[in-house]
Write a protein that binds this ligand. Structure first.
Ligand code: F6P
Length: 360
């Protein structure tokens, strides 16, 4: 069975469907297979910063239900950079050494960090600083971590956006309306273009391709001239206005978030051609709920592969999905390669071939 190890696992950054399925797979392989002790770190690195560290012991007979459960039982955060951590008195402090101390206090041999590129960059910096044994697993509904074909959460988000289009289709046709679906994805239009193709959208606007209002309105009118009285538009949250402005909103806590391009577009279309428009903003529904079978499968494969890396003593590496299998790459390489939608790639060509207007 080999040497007994103690490993930690944490989820960091925005949640998504499939995180719990990863936790389950790690526990099955590490605790169930190798007989190691697995400690779940609560609330990302904040659990390690606390003294004593905030953890939950994860055992194989208690994780079966995690395969289909959304969110993360460990909790997570996409705020509070540990290198400039906001303190209650309003100051910021570098808490990286507290995290390293937490790792040592728990007697960990290695830690599995699940995150997007931002979280993984922070985790890696801490691991380098404290000589910690880190293995990374990519997750993000945005699917913008360049080196892996699949990030956990993306497929579920596409399923949810596609289902929304399927539903909007009928109500759009019934009322002869232009229906706009605003989806997440930050600076990458992967969710929008994937769901747009799968859900039969007529217009897909993504941050990678600049659009004009005239082109969008022309598509609507062309459809009308063919007797098609409605139009389905998918717009990605970071699409700029034709003036080049990103649409955001700021809440009472002063947090600025992407959102609102759908409403902006609706107003512009109505003003331009008098079409009746309605907007649906999917928001965090794209991150919640039951993970799709593909996300469960990828999560399971990534979880097992991450444990095998630790068993082989291979650290500072991220598991990735490439050419139908899981391989590992250096974390530094993985996070240095950002993947936006390729304007000349297969999905864009497919969309154009189907007659979907991309706004350009
Ligand atoms: O990065 C994942 C993501 O869901 C983005 O698509 C979105 O812009 C952002 O996080 C939302 O963040 P928050 O949960 O802080 O509102």
């Amino acid at each position: 069975m080999g040497e007994m190890k103690r490993i930690g696992i944490l989820t960091s950054g925005g949640d998504c469907a499939g995180l719990n399925a990863i936790i389950r797979a790690v526990v099955c392989r590490a605790a169930g297979g190798y007989g190691w002790k697995v400690m779940g770190i609560r609330q990302a690195t904040q659990g390690l910063m606390s003294d004593p560290p905030q953890i939950m012991t994860l055992e194989p007979d208690k994780v079966d239900h995690l395969l289909t459960m959304g969110g993360t039982i460990l909790g997570t955060t996409n705020k509070g950079d540990p290198f400039a951590f906001p303190m209650p008195d309003g100051t910021v402090r570098d808490r990286s050494e507290d995290i390293i101390a937490g790792y040592r206090q728990l007697g960990l041999d290695a830690i599995i960090g699940i995150g997007g590129d931002g979280s993984l960059a922070i985790l890696r910096r801490i691991a380098q600083q404290g000589d910690l044994n880190l293995v990374a697993i990519p997750k993000t509904i945005d699917n913008d971590i360049g080196i892996t074909e699949n990030s956990i959460g993306f497929d579920t988000a596409v399923n949810i956006a596609t289902e929304a289009l399927d539903r909007l289709h009928f109500t759009a046709a019934s009322h002869s309306r232009v229906m706009i679906l605003e989806v997440m994805g930050r600076d990458a239009g992967h969710i929008a273009i994937s769901a747009g193709i799968a859900g039969g959208a007529d217009v897909v606007l993504i941050p990678e391709i600049a659009y004009t209002l005239e082109n969008v309105c022309q598509q609507i009118q062309e459809r009308q001239s063919q007797g098609k009285n409605y139009c389905l538009i998918v717009v990605s949250e970071a699409v700029c206005t034709p003036d080049g402005e990103t649409v955001t909103n700021t809440n009472a806590l002063g947090q600025c978030r992407l959102g609102g391009i759908g409403e902006h577009l609706a107003d512009q279309i109505s003003a331009c051609i008098g079409a009746e428009t309605r907007v649906t903003v999917l928001g965090h529904t794209q991150r919640g709920g039951i993970p799709s079978p593909l996300d469960r499968l990828t999560a399971s494969a990534f979880g097992v592969a991450a444990v095998e890396l630790i068993a082989e003593g291979l650290y500072d590496r991220m598991v990735t999905w490439q050419n139908r299998q899981v391989v590992s790459v250096p974390i530094a390489e993985a996070i240095s390669y950002y993947r936006a939608v390729d304007p000349n790639g297969t999905l864009v060509k497919t969309a154009r071939g189907l007659g979907i207007c991309l706004g350009d």
